[in-house]
Design a protein around this ligand. Structure first.
Ligand code: ARG
Length: 460
C-alpha cells in the first residue's frame, strides 16, 4: 500500500505530474471554512445518532474547532500530495488529534462532502451579494427621486425618440435589479438543500440522521435522492446564470455611461475617484471602471457556458469532471461583488450635465409624436397625422427649423386642426408630463413608481 488516505489497494505511487494535475487544493482551499463547518455538523450527527462514542466525537469536534481557529489566523498550510481540501484537512486533523480523526469519515464520502461544501459556500456568500445589490437599488432610487423633472432624450436605435425623465430612465434599471434580486432569492431555495449523508452515491448502512446535520448547517431541506444529491450542480448553474444576467444589466448601464461621458454626448461627468488618466495624453479622463465592468460580464458568461458544457455529458453520479465546477463559482463571486460596489460608487458620484441633457431634447424632432398625437386627439386618423407631421419634419430638416419654429399659419397650411395651443404641447416638459399612462414617463407616474420602489426598499 502507499501513503495516501486511499492508498490501501495501491502498490505504486502516482506519477508526479498526474498527482499535480488531479489536485484541486490550489483552488478548493477557498472553501476550507465550509469544509470544516460541514465536518463539524457531520460529527455532531454521528454523536447524536450514537454511531460514534461521545468521547470520540468530542475529540474530533475539538480538533475541528482548533483547525477553524488556525484557519482564521492563517496558520494552516496545505499540500498538493493530499489532493484536495477534504484530504488536506483530514490529514491536518490527524496531526492534531491522532488516529481517532479517521472516524470522522464514517458514513460519508468526499462526494457528498464536496457538494455540501459548495452549497455552504454559496449559502454563505449570497447575503453579501444581495446586500451590494440592495445598496445599488437604493442609490438608483435616491438619484431618481432627485431628478423627476430632469429631462433627457429617450432613444430607440440610438436615435432620439421621445423625451423622457432621467428618473424614468434610472427606474428602468431599478426594475431590472429588483428582478435580479428576486432571481437570487429563488436560487437561494435550491442552494438551501443539504446533500450531506448521500455518501458516495447510494446512502449508507449507518443509522444517520440527515435532517439533524442539515439543521445544524442551517439548511432547510435535504436532497430526497442520494444520486441526485451528489450529481446535482443545477444550483451552481442557476447562480452563474443569475449573475450573468445581473452582469448583463450592469454592462448595458456601463455602456451608456461610457457613451454619455464622451465629448459627443457630454451628458455626464464621472467623479475623479472613478476615472483614470492616460500615460501619454494629458487631457484624458477615461471611464475605466465602466469599461471594466462591461468587460467582466464576458468572463462570467464564460463561466456559465463552461460549466454547462462540463455537465452535459456526465453520467450519474460523481465524476472527477465535477472538480471543474469550483473555480468558475469562486471567480464569479469575486467578480460580482466588486463590480456591484464599484458601480454603486461610480453612479452615486457621477454628475449630470442637465443643461446639455435637456437641450438635447429641444431641437431633435423628438416632439414629432406629440404633434401627431395632438392631431389624432382632434379626430384625425393617427396614420394621416403621422404622414402630415412627417412632411413637416422633412421641411424642418431642409430649412434647419424645429417644429415649434413654424408659424401658426405655416402649421395650419398643413392642417387646419392646429391651434395656438400646439406650442404648449410641443414643449419637451409638457410632452413628458402628459405621458401618464400606467408605467409611462409622466411625472405623476414616476412619483408612483418611486413610492412603490421606496416601499420595497423600506420593507426589505
Ligand atoms: N476534489 C474533488 C472535487 O472537487 C472532491 C471529490 C472527490 N471525490 C472522488 N470520488 N474522487 O470534486
Amino acid at each position: 500500500s502507499v501513503a495516501k488516505p486511499w492508498g490501501g489497494r495501491f502498490t505504486a505511487e502516482n506519477d508526479q505530474l498526474a498527482e499535480e494535475f488531479g489536485a484541486s487544493i490550489s483552488f478548493d482551499q477557498e472553501m476550507a471554512y465550509e469544509d470544516l463547518q460541514g465536518s463539524l455538523a457531520h460529527v455532531q450527527m454521528l454523536a447524536h445518532t450514537k454511531i460514534l462514542p461521545a468521547a470520540d466525537a468530542k475529540q474530533i469536534s475539538n480538533g475541528l474547532k482548533t483547525l477553524m481557529q488556525q484557519l482564521k489566523q492563517g496558520k494552516l498550510t496545505f499540500d498538493t500530495q493530499y489532493e484536495d481540501i477534504h484530504m488536506n484537512l483530514e490529514v491536518l486533523l490527524t496531526k492534531e488529534i491522532g488516529p481517532v480523526a479517521g472516524k470522522l469519515h464514517t458514513a460519508r464520502s468526499r462526494n457528498d462532502q464536496v457538494a455540501t461544501d459548495l452549497h455552504l459556500y454559496l449559502k454563505n456568500r449570497l447575503p453579501e451579494i444581495q446586500k451590494a445589490l440592495f445598496q445599488l437599488r437604493q442609490t438608483i432610487v435616491t438619484k431618481a427621486a432627485a431628478n423627476v423633472t430632469t429631462l433627457m432624450p429617450g432613444y430607440t436605435h440610438l436615435q432620439h425618440a421621445q423625451p423622457i425623465s432621467y428618473a424614468h430612465y434610472l427606474l428602468a434599471y431599478y426594475q431590472m435589479f429588483k428582478r435580479d434580486a428576486e432571481r437570487l432569492a429563488f436560487n437561494q431555495q435550491h442552494i438551501d438543500i443539504s446533500p450531506l449523508g448521500a455518501a458516495a452515491l447510494a446512502g449508507t448502512t449507518f443509522p444517520i440522521d440527515r435532517t439533524y446535520s442539515a439543521e445544524l448547517l442551517g439548511f432547510s431541506k435535504i436532497y430526497e435522492n442520494s444520486l441526485d444529491a451528489v450529481s446535482d450542480r443545477d444550483f451552481v448553474l442557476e447562480f452563474l446564470s443569475n449573475i450573468s444576467i445581473l452582469m448583463m444589466h450592469l454592462s448595458r448601464f456601463c455602456e451608456e455611461i461610457v457613451l454619455w461621458c464622451s465629448y459627443e454626448f457630454n451628458y455626464i461627468s464621472l467623479s475623479d475617484a472613478y476615472s483614470t488618466g492616460s500615460s501619454i495624453m494629458p487631457q484624458k479622463k477615461n471611464p475605466d471602471m465602466a469599461e471594466l465592468i462591461r468587460g467582466k460580464s464576458g468572463r462570467v458568461y464564460g463561466h456559465l457556458l463552461g460549466l454547462l458544457t462540463t455537465l452535459k455529458g456526465l453520467p450519474l453520479a460523481y465524476n472527477k469532471d465535477l472538480q471543474e465546477d469550483k473555480e468558475s463559482v469562486f471567480d464569479t463571486v469575486k467578480t460580482i461583488l466588486p463590480s456591484l460596489k464599484v458601480f454603486n460608487g461610480m453612479l452615486a458620484t457621477l454628475t449630470l450635465n442637465k443643461a446639455k441633457l435637456s437641450h438635447a431634447t429641444e431641437h431633435d424632432f423628438s416632439n414629432a409624436t406629440e404633434l401627431a398625437d395632438y392631431l389624432a386627439a382632434k379626430g384625425l386618423p393617427f396614420r394621416e397625422a403621422h404622414r402630415l407631421v412627417g412632411e413637416l419634419v422633412l421641411k424642418g430638416i431642409k430649412e434647419k427649423r424645429s417644429l415649434q419654429d413654424f408659424s401658426l399659419t405655416e402649421l395650419q397650411q398643413q392642417s387646419p386642426l392646429i391651434q395656438n395651443d400646439v406650442y404648449q404641447a410641443l414643449k419637451p416638459e409638457v410632452a413628458v408630463k402628459r405621458r401618464n399612462s400606467a408605467g409611462g414617463t409622466g411625472f405623476t407616474q414616476i412619483k408612483r413608481q418611486l413610492t412603490i420602489a421606496q416601499a420595497e426598499l423600506a420593507q426589505a
